[in-house]
Design a protein around this ligand. Structure first.
Ligand code: GLP
Length: 248
């Protein structure tokens, strides 16, 4: 029998959400310094990484034995481009802490054989012992990683096309060119294999996605709803994303 320890934590501000998520990461790494972390990008994660950098500077956490795997990476973009998730992770976290960059991995999105690159990423995660804690944001359309609506529940790391809504939502990260139209992403099945998951959502633009993700069982038009079947998910929400009125 699966005993679920999933829970929903609701905070009054996005800052409080970010602090609580960072505190969880700090705890996981303090308990297991060689933890394997699944990392995510997106504006929601920026204050989480800022808090982790501060915690590192104060000696509260060391990443020296940590291995990380990011959820996804854009195709059609060199890793050096500022909009790539490699550049984003370097700028927000990796350049400011003691992580060994040779143990920070993102999917290889520009290879000539994407199927093989995807399978290799899965093998690398397995060889690292699986993911101890997977961080997740959520798209306005309910995507997790870049698993857009319609993604199979057992999908694994693969090349995908991005939906128009995602291209629109992410345009703010690209000043000099359009958002790439495809990306390599861990699958829903890959994400579900993580031992623990922290899904983070803030702001009213996520209310509908959170509503659909947290009730009614799995629906293919809301990939995040698969998480209802994972027994170790913590939903870190602010009152807006949770659909509650903020107290006056
Ligand atoms: C991108 C990422 C997702 C992330 C989502 C939400 O599409 N691939 O992993 O969850 O954005 O981003 P934001 O936090 O900016 O709303």
């Amino acid at each position: 029998m699966l005993v679920s320890s999933s829970q929903r934590l609701i905070f009054s501000t996005p800052e409080a959400v970010a602090n609580a998520v960072a505190d969880l990461i700090i705890k996981v790494v303090q308990e297991k310094p060689s933890a394997t972390l699944g990392l995510a990008t997106g504006g929601t994660m920026e204050p989480v990484y800022a808090r982790l950098v501060t915690a590192f500077k104060h000696g509260e956490i060391s990443f020296s034995a940590v291995t990380s795997f990011n959820l996804d990476e854009y195709a059609e973009l060199p890793p050096e481009h500022p909009g790539s998730y490699r550049s984003t992770m370097n700028a927000l976290l990796f350049d400011h802490v003691d992580i060994d960059k040779s143990r920070t991995f993102l999917p290889e999105a520009n290879g000539s054989e994407p199927d093989k690159s995807g399978a290799r990423y899965e093998d690398m995660i397995a060889a690292a012992g699986g993911i101890d804690l997977q961080l997740l944001g959520i798209g306005r359309n309910g995507h997790i990683g870049f698993n857009e609506p319609g993604s199979a529940r057992d999908s694994r790391t693969r090349l995908v096309n991005l939906h128009t809504d995602t291209l629109e939502a992410n345009a703010r990260f690209f000043a000099d060119r359009p958002v790439p139209r495809s990306a390599m992403t861990m699958g829903i099945g890959t994400i579900m294999s993580a031992r623990k998951i922290a899904l983070v959502a803030t702001g009213a633009s996520k209310t509908d996605a959170i509503h659909r993700a947290t009730q009614g069982g799995f629906q293919a038009d809301c990939p995040a709803s698969a998480l209802q079947d994972h027994g170790q998910v913590t939903w870190f929400l602010d009152t807006a994303a949770a659909g509650l009125q903020r107290a006056a």
